[in-house]
Design a protein around this ligand. Sequence first.
Ligand SMILES: [Zn+2]
Length: 762
Amino acid sequence: MHDLSKAMAHFNVLKDGLDQSPILTFNQFLQEAAANPQRVVRDVYQIYGDMINTFVDDGYDEYGNDPESIQFLKYDCSRLFVEGSDRPFFADRLFSNRLIRHAESFKVGAKQNKIYIFEGPHGSGKSTFLNNLLRKFEEYANSPEGRRFEVVWRLKHDSSEKGASDHLNDLKKKLVRVLVNEGQNALVQELENGCLEEIDPGGYFNVPCPSHDHPLLLVPKDIRRKFFDDLFEDGEFKWQLFTEKKYEWLFHDEPCTICVSLFEELLKKIKDPFKVMECIHARPYSFNRRLGEGVSVFNPGDKPLSKTVMTNPNIQRSLDGLFCGQNPVSYVYSRYAKTNNGIYALMDIKSHNSDRLMELHNIISDGVHKVEDTEEKVTSLLFALMNPEDKKLLSDLHAFTDRIEYINIPYVLDLQTEVEIYRENFGKHIDESFLPRVLHNFARVIIATRLRTQSEAMQSWIRTPEKYQLYCDTNLQLLKMEIYTGYIPEWLSEDDVNNFTAKKRQKIIAESEGDGWKGFSGRDSIRLFNEFYSMYAGEDKLIDMSMLGTFFRKYCKLDPDILPKGFLDSLLRMHNFTVLQEVKESLYYYNEEQIAKDIINYVFAVNFEPDTVEFCEFTREKLEITESFFRRFEGRVQIDEAAAKGFRSSVQKAYTTNALPQEMLRDGRKISDTSLFKTLHEKYVYNLKEKVLEPFMKNENFRRAIKDYDLEGFKTYDKRIQSDVTFMIENLQHKFRYSRQGAKEICIYVVDNNLARIFSNT
Ligand SMILES: [Zn+2]
């Protein structure tokens, strides 16, 4: 066999015309392949994986440094399923992880001749999912980033055939003239556009490969290794090409029977491989779901085609003419050829689609199928959707489980996603009608109906769920929901957090495959939300937990099994606990960084007289040093007014005699490493924990001041209470995104329900 590379090199000069010309010569195509190998050399599995990568960014791990992480990541699938879609699909965290794993399996080169069945209950959004996925696939595959090439043969008519085509063209011109005179412009247009297009005035005709073969497959198999070694530059791509499983197709696959026989017949006729290669051209593989090119979707009601074998009489006539009737190449192919190297999808396995599934299974088991006398190979990405009850009906299905891979697509189990769905359906403004967390709690109730009550995985992690009864249900469903959203709650004990090993996490996530098959469907939840929202959203009062409780208790009466017993009570307790934490944190700064700043600012400020403004050189904060500035800090370390002056001067003394000259200047320590700081820190934290809720429990004035906040009477309270209440309400707004009204309502809620006392031992 000749070395083609030298001869091919001459085609370099043609490179300039690439972008203008939709059809490339084989050599132009090779130039393109050599220049962009990663893009040009891809099969449908790689394209699919690249498409997912393009629209979904790398996953995000909220606990990046966690050594027990199992890479259960947050993926933003909105560009894939939401943007630009009339009917968006929301992938929850569990499903998006599953989908990404599925796409990644192709990169590794897992066994690919399988049918991927997305199985989920009614109302889980399966068809919306598949429609959006295919729409994006089509968009990507037709874009420059996703473009691939397919074989099109450009052949010269034999002379008699050319005569015929010239004759036809003459006729066409005459016909056009007549029609123009008659004013039949529409017909003229039709003639110009479609009719006779296969007849080329230069005497050529095109034979597209009906199987959309990749042009590189036309390089004879026995020279491919050497050929690619010369074609591609040494480097990362070439290394991958020769070593990675995902490129094996390029060495193993054969072109379709039509291309193979055309190649052989031309070689016999022309007797020059270079001349034969010149007949091979490449054009972009263009995907069109509506025409079934590259992407085909079948509904159960789509009747089987009456004609299972496709032909093209014009092309066949030209081919027969070319080969003078000897060993003619038969241009016949099946419906499957049109989605070779593309996606073939079945919406719901029932009715005619059950038959299609069986047929597909037989095809992929054998790898090829017969079209009249010839064998056709099918390499498509095969997708199907299925409801669980159809699985039971298909008794034969279990017989070919090795060819089927199921990907579960149950109801949404991640509350963030569930809330996103409400926002999408009812508008982002719905948040404004709710007190913080109540909207998410609505989603928690919906999700609870979808979870199985017993969870072995959760029980093996937390053996005594009762210890969390203040913030979680005994079945640990509320905790499980948090895990499903990728969140590890702070109320877990240190032991349980340490015990939350990768193995336990795997087990919980694996168990999620069995959740989401019952309870309120996606459609139900939208209906319920609509009912709830129109009943309670009003201008005067934000939607709170009691409204939520009333609403769902009504449903529990109708169907006592819809929620586990006591779930709504547990949800309320968890809500109360969380709210109280927020109020606690808002009443006093609680975080370490802020505590350190408070202490350092105080230590710095005691060196100045009240009613000055100073810039703290350690925290870089501007301090308004006033009597109440001092008192706020002193109050928190339990120094009463009488002892305040003495305390202040003792701190100043400790600072100027020990901390500053010795520990800091002499020993080079930071202010936060001095013994003065440590003593104050200990006092501060101890008192914070002990006393934070005291005003709520003991100080009747404080409680009344909350209710009077924003009212005229508020000004009559003493300055300290006014400042604490204002401080708390402002913090609730800044830190926890309460509205002003919401912040006040939640404080009153804490007071009215006596939450401070209920949770006083936590
Ligand atoms: Zn072909």
